[in-house]
Design a protein around this ligand. Structure first.
Ligand SMILES: *Cc1c(COP(=O)(O)O)cnc(C)c1O
Length: 464
């Protein structure tokens, strides 16, 4: 075999892209639904047959076609309207194409000499998004914010890393006795981050209504010695609920507690004029988690952590002579190591930047409005249906429901049966002591008919 061509060779890349696009289409057709049918065993059997020898003695030039086809055939497809379990969005075509450019150019964000333009783009875009969270820049003037007091944002691999960094920054400014206080509705990555960072055991406040109760928070803050980091959620993973942010912010202020808001899901509402007011209070937080691979239609990974006081980021300053030697920094080369705990790092900001600019605020806001409308219509369908119970009107785009008279076991079995037959992918959530089916609607192409079909399918699958 001759030396394989590089990604920088357009004559080599172009036909490979056609191969990929064709194989994706073939795999999707072969699957014929939101999930491969048959459960784990047949999926593994088909995949193993397609892969064959993982590391053959001699290479196989058809590997791209065969493995991409097998991957697509054996995938859960978030672009299928009946795939609605998780905060797992169908990525936009333009974002996936942008990600290809990132792979070809391959800037690495750990030093300026590996990423001259990409690092500047990251600086520009993160500042604008931080201002979007903290609302300090008039619309349209985002590029002018260069003050050292302006809020900043870090690019992360997602909500989990953003929450970890938020806890780390809080610990670095408040000390190792820091107590994390969050609701039982908070994301599991928050208590896990406290464990990772060796912090005292977090205090988890029961949240029977699905949101953090400010009175219970006030009591916990009164009882527990500080320093405290309170973590609130804007868009819970289970139900898409938003904690009462202004009230929580007020309680934190009274007690001198630092506030983090996990808006991994709800942060996308910032782009919608209609839904943005639901995030009132967000700017009171010292740090805010955003995740554009949820309500932002990016391929994974596209996380951000917005930081109100940029001096907090000093804690991440770090030197490695080969990447940011003092004399290089003094001579004016930007120092990038302090923007992440990672070293080599993909320019995930590229797809974000291209999406923001291609769609604009109006285009992105319309996508947000669309999925929220679909959720609301789905709730209407459930409300009017004699055989279903709706948990509550959706706050964002998550709808919890259950067939009337079904037991929790019936519901778990129904969900698994739909998975195994490959006909629908629904999630599950425990609320009010009962198990519910969960539809997380993130596909802006889903039509009302699809939702009616989904209900019919669930109705036909539930044991009577
Ligand atoms: C999804 C989610 C996370 C974790 O984000 P990842 O991108 O999966 O790491 C954190 N918090 C909330 C509220 C989430 O919904």
């Amino acid at each position: 075999m001759s030396t394989p061509p590089l990604a920088s060779d357009p004559a080599a890349l172009r036909p490979l892209l056609d191969t990929v696009v064709d194989a994706l289409g073939e795999g999707t057709r072969l699957r014929g639904g939101p999930l491969p049918a048959g459960g784990p065993e047949p999926v593994a059997t088909r995949l193993r047959a397609a892969v064959g020898d993982v590391l053959p003695a001699e290479g196989d030039p058809q590997a791209l076609r065969h493995l991409v086809r097998a991957l697509a055939e054996g995938s859960a497809d978030p672009a299928d309207p009946l795939c609605a379990a998780h905060l797992h969005c169908p990525p936009l075509a333009v974002a996936a194409a942008a990600d290809l450019a990132a792979s070809v150019v391959n800037p690495s964000m750990d030093s300026w000499d590996q990423a001259p333009a990409a690092s500047d783009l990251e600086e520009l875009v993160t500042r604008v998004l931080a201002n979007e969270v903290y609302g300090e820049t008039p619309r349209g003037a985002g590029n002018c914010a260069t003050s050292h007091d302006a809020p900043a944002a870090l690019v992360t691999t997602g909500g989990t890393e953003s929450n970890q960094l938020a806890l780390l920054l809080a610990r670095e400014s408040l000390g190792p006795a820091l107590h994390l206080i969050c609701g039982a509705n908070a994301h599991h990555s928050l208590p896990r981050s406290a464990w990772l960072l060796g912090l005292p055991d977090p205090v988890i406040i029961p949240a029977p209504a699905g949101t953090l109760d400010p009175a219970a928070l006030d009591a916990a803050l009164t009882e527990l010695p500080g320093p405290h980091l309170v973590a609130a959620t804007a868009g819970t993973t289970d139900a898409g609920l938003i904690d009462p942010l202004p009230e929580i912010a007020a309680v934190c202020e009274t007690h001198g507690a630092r506030l983090h808001i996990d808006a991994a899901y709800g942060g996308g509402l910032l782009f919608s004029d209609r839904h943005r007011p639901k995030l009132t209070g967000l700017s009171a937080a010292g740090t805010v988690t955003l995740d554009l691979h949820k309500l932002g239609w990016q391929p994974v990974a596209a996380g951000l952590l917005a930081v109100k006081t940029p001096q907090d980021l000093d804690a991440l300053q770090h030197r490695a002579d080969y990447l940011n030697a003092d004399d290089d920094t003094e001579a004016g080369l930007p120092d990038l190591l302090g923007r992440s705990l990672r070293t080599s790092r993909r320019p995930d900001v590229l797809k974000i930047a291209i999406t923001l600019k291609t769609l604009g605020r109006t285009g992105l806001g319309a996508l947000v409005d669309q999925v929220c409308d679909r959720a609301s219509e789905f709730a209407d369908l459930l409300d009017a249906h004699p055989r279903f119970e709706l948990h509550d009107r959706p706050t964002i785009s998550t709808v919890l429901f259950r067939p009337s008279h079904a037991t929790d076991d019936d519901i778990a079995t129904t969900r698994r049966h739909l998975l195994t037959t490959g006909r629908a992918v629904l999630g599950r959530a425990r609320m009010d002591g009962r198990l519910w089916l969960k539809a997380t609607l993130l596909n802006p192409h889903t039509r009302p008919d699809d939702l009616a079909a989904l209900l019919k399918l669930v109705e036909g699958t539930t044991p009577r």
